[in-house]
Design a protein around this ligand. Structure first.
Ligand code: 3EB
Length: 338
């Protein structure tokens, strides 16, 4: 098998830029003003997520790798893999109840992961249209989604679940668009934030089944035990399990950024047995989700202060999984490479 010391890389592109020679594309997710179901386009899994409104920059997230990829379609999922990394994307069409289709979509992904042998899932994203609306049974769509996901995790991993960092956020159309990254031989360690109740332990009042994700995931390629990539989950103004500062965008930003800093801090990583540590200045590929478009300038100012000037930060106006949350932010702190 080929050795992968460097491997997976992310790029945010404004348009279809050429891939540098020697790199191969594992997957492409475009954030568009309309949904586009996943397909294999010239050998590359390609999906459009409906996140962009008027005036939003159209960007695409491209996952590249060192080795040639094999791509395909499995059930409704478009995927590619290179022997070490797997990318897989799917769209669950609009449905009066997402529980069963989400359970099935997750089931298909778990099957694919085991069939192709990429058991170490490191990051998952979900974009959910009408996330705060009621489904056909009167259950909030985010809670409906969480129900299907939890049942799939029960079935495929067992209730002693260990799920990676994720994002579960609104979209402007397209049912539920989702994608994930997994590895064959790397080491995946899921990390919690001592200031936040682990999402899988949220009390019942937030829905019949809790969200299954970790606050961050540390990924080290095989043989590179110390150095790792840190994937920070979608993070919001939640302390314990409660939303704090309802209605106050500035304070919600501060709590959100504080939560992100805490989860990636050296202190927290050491507490998780990981000899590593980062600050907000190490984050790249930041996505800031803002419920009200008029709050974007405030979020932009807070992010400009918190993150490095070289970090890519993109802003989307979408709903957030709890109706009292105004902002959610995610990012990646890649490992230092020489
Ligand atoms: C939270 O902390 C905010 O359901 O996959 C953040 C990241 C949130 C992921 C998910 C939800 C999810 O509960 C919401």
């Amino acid at each position: 098998m080929a050795t992968h010391t460097d491997g997976l890389r992310c790029r945010l592109v404004r348009s279809r830029e050429a891939t540098p020679s020697g790199r191969h594309i594992l997957g492409r997710v475009a954030f568009l003003d309309h949904p586009r179901p996943p397909v294999i386009d010239e050998g590359v899994p390609d999906m459009g997520v409906h996140l962009a409104g008027d005036g939003t920059d159209l960007v695409a997230e491209v996952w590249e790798t060192d080795s040639p990829v094999v791509s395909g379609v499995y059930q409704d999922l478009a995927y590619a893999h290179d022997g070490e990394y797997l990318f897989c994307a799917g769209q669950v069409p609009e449905n009066g109840s997402y529980r069963e289709p989400v359970r099935n979509a997750y089931g298909a992904a778990f099957d694919l992961i085991s069939k192709l042998e990429y058991p170490k899932v490191m990051r998952i994203w979900h974009f959910i249209n009408h996330i705060n609306h009621a489904n056909a049974d009167g259950l909030e769509i985010y809670r409906d989604f969480c129900l299907g996901r939890a049942e799939a995790v029960d079935r495929h991993l067992g209730p002693a679940d260990d799920m990676p960092a994720a994002t579960g956020i609104g979209a402007l159309g397209g049912g539920i668009s989702w994608y994930l990254l997994a590895s064959r031989t790397g080491r995946v360690r899921n990390i919690e934030n001592p200031w936040q109740v682990p999402a899988p332990s949220y009390p019942h009042r937030y829905g019949p089944r809790p969200p299954k994700f970790a606050r961050a995931t540390h990924f080290s390629p095989h043989g590179l035990d110390g150095a790792g990539d840190l994937f920070v989950a979608g993070t919001a103004s939640i302390l314990g399990h409660e939303t704090v500062h309802a209605g106050d965008i500035e304070k919600q930003c501060d709590v959100t950024l504080g939560n992100m800093a805490k989860v990636i801090s050296r202190e927290n990583l050491l507490a998780n047995g990981i000899d590593d540590g980062r600050t907000l200045k190490d984050l790249r590929f930041v996505k800031a989700y803002v419920r009200r478009e008029q709050d974007i300038p405030v979020v932009r100012a807070k992010c400009a202060e918190a993150f490095s000037g070289t970090a890519e930060v993109v802003y989307f106006t979408v709903d957030i999984c709890r109706s009292d949350l105004l902002v959610e932010i995610e990012g990646i702190a890649p490992r230092a490479t020489s």
